[in-house]
Design a protein around this ligand. Sequence first.
Ligand SMILES: C[C@H](CCC[C@@H](C)[C@H]1CC[C@H]2[C@@H]3[C@H](O)C[C@@H]4C[C@H](O)CC[C@]4(C)[C@H]3C[C@H](O)[C@]12C)C(=O)SCCNC(=O)CCNC(=O)[C@H](O)C(C)(C)COP(=O)(O)OP(=O)(O)OC[C@H]1O[C@@H](n2cnc3c(N)ncnc32)[C@H](O)[C@@H]1OP(=O)(O)O
Length: 382
Amino acid sequence: MALAGIRVIELAGLAPAPFCGMILSDFGAKVIRVDRTKASMTADVQSRGKQSVVLDLKKPEGAAVLKRLCVESDVLIEPFRNGVMEKLGLGPNEILKDNPRLIYARLTGFGQSGSYAKAAGHDINYVAMSGLLSMLGRHNENPYAPLNLLADFAGGGLICAMGIVLALLERVKSGQGQVIDTSMVEGAAYVGSFLWKSQNLGLWNRSRGENMLDSGAPFYETYKTADGKYMAVGAIEPQFYEELIKGLDLDSSQLPLQMSFSDWPELKRIFTETFASKTQAEWSKIFDGTDACVTPVLSLDEVSSHPHNRERGSFIVDAQGEISPRPAPLLSRTPAMPCLSGGPLIGEHTDLVLAEHGYSKDEIAKLQSSGIIECNKTKSRL
Ligand SMILES: C[C@H](CCC[C@@H](C)[C@H]1CC[C@H]2[C@@H]3[C@H](O)C[C@@H]4C[C@H](O)CC[C@]4(C)[C@H]3C[C@H](O)[C@]12C)C(=O)SCCNC(=O)CCNC(=O)[C@H](O)C(C)(C)COP(=O)(O)OP(=O)(O)OC[C@H]1O[C@@H](n2cnc3c(N)ncnc32)[C@H](O)[C@@H]1OP(=O)(O)O
């Protein structure tokens, strides 16, 4: 796999860093997650393929163990607010001294500088600060955050993973590591660059929820079907829009023009009434194989059994029977091979990993008896 041989230390955090670690693990990296002591269960539901080591970083001996793990690692991912690692004596200046080749990836909401750098926050705060949230929401409704997808994942974990891979590629030439400052505000905004770049296209001239791509247009919308499900319509181009009208069995000569903004509410009413007359399966039968840009809105449980997704194997089932998306993108020669045996128990690999890094049995026993590390006796699955 593309990242085979790359060793990653992921300090346990909330959703973004675990996603970043999972991406690297799916594509072949060895990811060791450092968990806190006395943690009963992990928040990391994206832990497939990872190992878990429990270390008390607040104790100097624990910080020393992390430093030693970093000496022989390629990447460190830290998910804490600005200044925490420095307080632990584990900031970049410390760690890179012993391993100048290390990619020190910092994943925060507001970045390592700026007046908000030390402020707590969550996805919605970062999307709000990025400008994107102001664009999201239906007409006359409050802006809404699309779950925690935009900052935590698209602009956070994924952007950080991209930065790590870019830094690894650069290191091939320079032999040097570097620090990656991933701000989820900036990551989300960067993912949304199109919104800034398309300001002069007339796409966003109207208020939120009245534009073509933000639920204003009747041909870019979801519609409820007779069986309470939904169809998604994205028939933007005139030729695709004509296919939509045909599939709905409507007479375009009796309808307002597609781009007549003032008639969009009326067009939406007509489409709403029409879609309500058939079930999702009936509409899928009508539109499948056409260029009307109409697709069923599938639930998380339905996606893997849809013929198209099934034919491609777009979703995988792990050893516990849990369905989840296959890693993307699909590399033709070195595809990702996600671990299907689930994630580690907390501390499951502490003694294994420390032994790999040269700690003797006595040293491990001593660290364990002093509470610096915790070893989960359950047999390692990895
Ligand atoms: C929308 C998402 C949020 C989704 C959250 C869900 C994933 C979780 C919501 C509810 C959770 C479940 C629930 O709590 C019940 C269970 C509880 C159980 O324990 C776990 C399973 C649960 C089912 C649990 C599962 C999930 O967690 C939930 C479903 C987001 O937006 S996430 C993005 C958040 N923002 C960032 O990541 C940006 C960067 N980070 C930060 O800004 C801060 O970390 C943050 C997030 C504001 C938290 O601030 P906090 O003060 O808590 O921490 P920090 O200031 O970063 O400092 C870290 C301190 O921890 C010490 N430390 C770290 N590792 C170690 C170690 N190994 N040993 C010792 N100490 C350690 C570190 O030294 C710092 O200590 P100080 O504070 O003293 O300096």
